[in-house]
Design a protein around this ligand. Structure first.
Ligand code: ASP
Length: 583
């Protein structure tokens, strides 16, 4: 028998038992004749004491870190004063009767004992198999596995059918570039890898599956800014004869099950906020509502002011508690940041005793205006007030970003605070050609109250049209999004033509979906969220790379396998591909 127990399971009640344990040497300490090993396996750490006088099978003093050994010995309580309260097995040790070296190991290129934050990430990823032995990675991958299981169980309980959709497909539009795969049978032709199962899940609804889900791998060739990976896992669902509220209820149940399995507490009710309110109050479509510092409209406070800079579409401010002591260079930095974000400028004000304001612009404001600003923001002495004036959207964006810069807590602080954002705009911007650009994918159903606007809107008015799209946000992270879909081919054509996708292009790109819709598509709606992000939130990690077994670096490389790499000449020839010679 390789082992009778996993090391992390031994407790004082095992005292006197003879056990066989096996694992890696996490550390070795030589102490006056006897040698102490910390033995590690997946379950934890255990102290083993070896007396080289008795154990002569191997040269105990040569055994190094990460060697794989097996110990047969007796569990005994640790002597008083040597109990380690930080370790679950800290009350016991095993006195070795025999020691077998199962495998030797070279010294690891970085210590495996701690969190690894100070180890270069490329080095960690190059030796990921060692990095995975660390506590936090072990813990995170186990959290991940349990989250996946909970999501599956919940969806099965809710009568959803798990369907695997293909990886080699024609393009699915999600707003990123496709990864493509050359076809050997049809040289010069390519498959796209799925940016999402979107089109297939809609086809499944036409196919009468009624309720579909999948934990799906999605691939998007986009810049790896922030917390993104080229490939990621999505909890993906779609349901027929259902609308926004039905989808939100199913997703809430599934996410809550996943949260409960890790934290022991289900998610309470998830509140809903409209996109317009989120933008006005937080300057973000993924508001982090764990802290205040909300954007406050100062239009009334400065109505009729002589100060020209405040004669603007919107004048809004935030109050940063207790930061009135910020130095001049910090404040100059904030002004530069606001300008880089697109503001014409940034007004700062230090709130002094008795609520007077110290600010380069204070002399342009009357005492009443100053008092009204302080009052509207609820600012107190010692606080810092930041004000932006300009076009409303831009003003909200800039203050929203400053709010996060100055107030955002670490991602795991204060538990999970989820929020549904609803009534997203149908179009997020106008392209250079004046054509509206979809905010979600082009299959999103417009808001029933805004249908008439589709025909009458022009220019910027398009941006006021709402859609039946909704996002789930947790702690300021966009976890996922979904929408009620267009199921009427006529409406789909109308949206395509607004987006500048003409019939020929629509037929070429999504002809199969439009064809399917001619055969009785049920009304349907769906949603998808990033499993990596949910797991990171539950594990308290800022980076999703900490919860992915084999992630890519920020430049999209895998230092372990060397991907991406060149193909050899014969492979290229077979695929009919010519590549420029290596520089
Ligand atoms: N396919 C969408 C996405 O990947 C989600 C959805 O609309 O269901 O973002």
């Amino acid at each position: 028998m390789m082992r009778t127990h996993e090391v992390g399971t031994l407790r004082p009640e095992h005292a006197g038992h003879e056990v066989t344990v096996a694992g890696w040497v996490a550390s070795r300490r030589d102490h006056g004749g006897v040698v102490f090993f910390d033995l590690r396996d997946a379950s934890g750490l255990l102290q083993v004491v070896v007396d080289p006088e008795q154990i002569t099978d191997d040269d105990v003093h040569h055994i190094g870190r990460e060697w794989v050994i097996q110990i047969v010995g007796e569990v005994r309580p640790r002597r008083e004063g040597t109990v380690n309260a930080d370790l679950p097995t800290g009350g016991v040790e095993v006195g070795a009767r025999s020691l077998t070296v199962l495998n030797r190991a070279e010294p690891p290129p970085f210590p495996l004992s701690d969190r690894g934050d100070d180890v270069d990430e490329v080095l960690r990823l190059k030796h990921r198999y060692l990095d995975l032995r660390r506590n936090s990675m072990q813990r995170n991958l186990r959290i991940r596995s349990r989250v996946n299981a909970a999501l599956r169980t919940s969806m099965n309980e809710q009568d959803f059918v798990e369907v695997e959709t293909p990886m080699l497909i024609a393009s699915t539009p999600e707003g990123a570039r496709d990864f493509v795969v050359p076809s050997r049978f049809s040289p010069g032709e390519f498959y796209a890898l799925p940016q999402s199962p979107q089109l297939f899940k809609q086809l499944l609804m036409v196919g009468g599956l009624d309720r579909y889900f999948q934990i799906a791998r999605c691939l998007r060739d986009e810049d790896l800014r922030g917390n993104r990976q080229f490939e990621f896992m999505q909890y993906d669902m779609e349901m027929s004869f259902a609308g926004q509220a039905d989808v939100m209820a199913v997703v809430t149940t599934a996410v809550s099950a996943a949260v409960e399995v890790i934290t022991g507490e289900p998610l309470a009710f998830i509140p809903t906020m409209t996109w317009a309110e989120a933008m006005e109050r937080f300057g973000s479509d993924k508001p982090d509502v764990r802290f205040g510092m909300e954007l406050t409209d100062l239009g009334d406070a400065v109505a009729g002011t002589e100060f020209k800079a405040f004669h603007a579409d919107a004048v809004k401010g935030i109050c940063v508690p207790g930061r009135g002591d910020a130095s001049r260079s910090v404040l100059d930095g904030l002004v530069d940041r606001a300008k880089a974000l697109g503001a014409a400028g940034l007004v700062w004000m230090r709130v002094m005793a008795e609520g007077s304001l110290e600010s380069p612009v204070a002399k342009f404001l009357t005492a009443e205006e100053q008092a009204a600003i302080v009052g509207a923001l609820g600012a107190a002495p010692g606080d810092l007030v930041l004000i932006v004036a300009g076009a409303r959207r831009r003003t909200n964006d800039v203050l929203g970003a400053l709010r996060l810069d100055l107030g955002r807590p670490p991602v795991a602080e204060g538990g999970l605070v989820p929020l549904w954002i609803v009534d997203f705009p149908l179009f997020e911007a106008l392209g250079d050609d004046g054509q509206p650009i979809p905010a979600h994918h082009p299959f999103t159903q417009p808001h029933p109250e805004d249908l008439a606007l589709l025909d009458t809107a022009s220019g910027e008015e398009f941006l006021d049209i709402r859609s039946q799209a909704y996002d789930l946000v947790i702690n300021g992270w966009e976890l996922g999004s979904g929408s009620v879909r267009i199921h009427d081919p006529g409406m789909q054509q109308r949206i395509f033509s607004l987006l500048g996708i003409d019939e020929t292009e629509a037929q070429a790109r999504f002809g199969f979906l439009l064809d399917a819709f001619r055969y009785g598509a049920p009304p349907h709606a769906g949603f998808a969220f990033g499993v990596d992000r949910l797991v990171a939130l539950l594990a308290g990690e800022e980076s999703i790379r900490e919860v992915i077994a084999f992630p890519k670096t920020q430049s999209g490389a895998d230092p372990l396998t060397g991907a991406p790499n060149r193909l050899d000449a014969s492979q290229l020839r077979e695929l009919g591909i010519t590549v420029p010679p290596r520089k």
